[in-house]
Design a protein around this ligand. Structure first.
Ligand code: SAM
Length: 225
């Protein structure tokens, strides 16, 4: 299929975005607060190592997994370090030789995975130790603007999971109900520790029900069973 010039530049932007190593302020804050230095981290759907590299530089052992060959080949060639490994794999089936102390699903990666989210989360859970930490970032469908868009998009199926959209980069993503994700994770033995709102700055904890109306959610969970 021929892409329009705009699409090609957007695809390039998408590639550069996920291959240029950097952490958003909120990611650095969360990682410092919840992850123990020296621990083994699964960067699920790592793209081209954008976050894996700075996390490994912070003193963690990072295993990045992505289904996209271009991203993984780029990461493998460009970023060689003794505390960093990259694998080309579908996160639904990936199995590592050890269990992880933590797993991060950054840049709303869950929204980019096709197919059953239950299988994805089950496999992540299988790869995690007891007491491990799981960090999931996602858009909230309850953010007023997102909610209005969903209503306009498909009023009848508003609460059906998921709603699929196409981003400017031509990449498909899905908007989930956060309670749907939390419910699956609870069944898999995870306990919700904290919820932050924000992106691109220091994360905030909003009180009570209000937090679910934020634009971007950072869920911190612990595997208790
Ligand atoms: C928005 S990018 C996020 C990249 C990275 N997490 C970051 O924070 O920079 C979403 C990534 O999910 C990957 N992905 C989608 N489905 C996947 C799957 N089933 N298994 C592994 N990776 C997947 C895509 O290839 C893409 O690199």
């Amino acid at each position: 299929m021929k892409r329009s010039p705009k699409k090609i530049s957007d695809v390039r932007k998408y590639f550069n975005r996920y291959t240029t190593p950097f952490l958003e302020k909120y990611e650095e804050f969360i990682i410092r607060k919840y992850l123990k230095k020296g621990s083994l981290i699964l960067d699920a759907c790592c793209g081209g190592g954008r976050a894996s590299i700075p996390i490994s530089n912070m003193g963690f052992y990072v295993v990045g997994v992505d289904i996209d060959k271009k991203f993984i080949n780029f990461a493998k060639k460009r970023f060689v370090s003794k505390n960093l490994e990259f694998y080309l794999a579908d996160i639904k089936f990936f199995k590592y030789r050890k269990k992880f102390d933590a797993c991060v699903l950054l840049e709303n990666s869950l929204e980019h995975i096709e197919g059953s989210l239950v299988e994805v989360l089950m496999n992540i859970s299988r790869n995690c130790k007891k007491n491990s930490i799981l960090i999931v970032t996602m858009h909230s469908m309850f953010f007023p603007f997102t909610f209005m868009t969903l209503i306009l998009f498909d009023l009848i199926n508003l609460f059906k999971n998921p709603m699929v959209f196409e981003s400017v980069h031509g990449v498909k993503f899905r908007i989930y109900n956060p309670f749907y994700i939390i419910t699956i994770l609870r069944k898999l033995g995870f306990k919700l520790l904290d919820v932050y709102n924000m992106k691109n700055s220091k994360p905030r904890k909003l009180p009570f029900v209000i937090k679910w109306f934020g634009w971007y959610l950072v869920l911190i969970l612990k595997k208790v069973k």
